[in-house]
Ligand binder design. Structure first.
Ligand SMILES: *Cc1c(COP(=O)(O)O)cnc(C)c1O
Length: 382
């Protein structure tokens, strides 16, 4: 049997870009991050907070996020053991919840050695654990499926599985219990209310730590209760709901994606712009060329009309997004070569671009490529 070596999650080394921005650059605003964490903290009203920093902190840099929010929140939530180990390596000493848990006994030992708290969501994980802990203490959680039907023990399976986990040597104290909402971001509260009722019926009487809420649940279902909440997207300033705006929830964008206008040209009426000539100029018109593309993580499916800011003016993307470049309609826009372009972030919510591209803010944030320079703005912690 071969043991997979832990692969460190990518840690973004803050790249200090040259003062004059030349290509795509991502700035991460630490003040906005702290502001959003404050919003989560007041919504949590006394409950503890695991901030979701999986997928490298939703593309913001897990270590940067954790270093910034240390002391303000209570712990971190990651998807995999390797992500948890990377946070320990970065010096984080807070509690860390590992959503996908462990696959075998050696992973259970790795979790115990690093004080990571795996979630048990499937019987195979209990089988794999066997006597593998060899006495090492492990703080564990168990996932109850209250309606999402992705991972977790069903209400029928749960009591037996929970008793089994609790009795394993090394597991202490009583395993925590968590569930995840499938539809807390939608306007109809009924499906989430049902999940909350189910959770209380199955786990309500257990003397253990409990956790129900993601960002949308935290903001919209204060009655869900629990000891811990697990916000992700709201911390990064994305809109946690399917409707409305992040701003209306008092959230500020943390990530701003900027680049430059590198060319302006005149295109004749009837001429196509870019691959496949998706956009045909309806009249003679100025077209701007912007130094960003899907190779940087900008969504290739952005349709004609997707908003973009040129020196603060709202313009429209036209023509197909290519790997390194895209084109914009400059009719009615005052622009010169070298102007700053904001693709999303300050002044242009990422949710607008996501909606246009049949995506969600989470995906756009996560898919930024390594080619994009990173700049940290706002006060660093002492
Ligand atoms: C990612 C995740 C969260 C955070 O969700 P947001 O919608 O980003 O707030 C919470 N709980 C679980 C189980 C998750 O996987």
């Amino acid at each position: 049997m071969s043991e997979t070596l832990p692969r460190a999650a990518p840690v973004h080394i803050p790249f200090v870009a040259p003062r004059a921005l030349r290509r795509a650059e991502l700035s991460i605003d630490l003040d906005a991050l702290r502001h959003n964490a404050d919003r989560a903290k007041s919504a949590a009203s006394g409950r503890k907070i695991f901030v979701a920093v999986k997928a490298d902190g939703y593309g913001h840099g897990a270590a940067t996020v954790a270093q910034t929010l240390r002391g303000q929140v209570d712990g971190w939530m990651v998807a995999s053991l390797a992500e948890g180990e990377a946070l320990r390596q970065a010096g984080m000493t807070e509690r860390i919840l590992v959503l996908q848990g462990i696959m075998d006994a050696s992973e259970a030992r790795r979790a115990a050695q690093r004080f990571l708290e795996p979630v048990f969501h499937h019987a195979s994980q209990l089988d794999a654990l066997g006597r593998g802990l060899a006495g090492l203490p492990l703080t564990a959680w168990m996932k109850l499926d209250t309606g999402m039907h992705r991972v977790g023990f069903t209400p029928d399976e749960f009591p037996t599985a929970y008793a089994r986990l609790s009795q394993l040597r090394g597991i202490r104290p009583s395993p925590g219990v968590l569930t995840h909402f499938a539809r807390a971001d939608e306007s109809d509260p009924a499906p989430t209310q049902q999940q909350i009722v189910c959770f209380k019926q199955v786990a309500g009487d257990l003397n253990a730590e409990k956790s129900l809420c993601n960002s949308a649940g935290l903001l919209r279902f204060p009655q869900a209760g629990g000891d811990w909440v697990r916000p992700g997207i709201m911390i990064y300033g994305g809109n946690p709901m399917t409707e409305g705006t992040a701003e209306a929830w008092g959230l500020k964008p943390v990530m701003t994606l900027r680049t430059r206008l590198i060319a302006i040209r005149q295109v004749a009426a009837g001429e196509g712009v870019g691959y496949g000539a998706r956009f045909i100029a309806p009249e003679a018109m100025p077209v701007g060329v912007v130094a960003i593309g899907y190779g940087d993580g900008y969504p290739r499916h952005a349709p004609d009309g997707t908003p973009i800011l040129i020196q603060g003016q709202r313009a429209r993307v036209i023509g197909r997004v290519s790997m390194d470049l895209m084109t914009v309609d400059l009719r009615g826009i005052r622009a010169s070569v070298g102007d700053e372009v904001v693709c999303w972030g300050e002044g242009l919510p990422v949710d607008e671009i996501a909606q246009q591209s049949a995506s969600i803010s989470y995906e756009l944030m996560c898919q930024m490529s390594g080619r994009v320079a990173r700049r940290i703005v706002g006060a660093l912690n002492a």
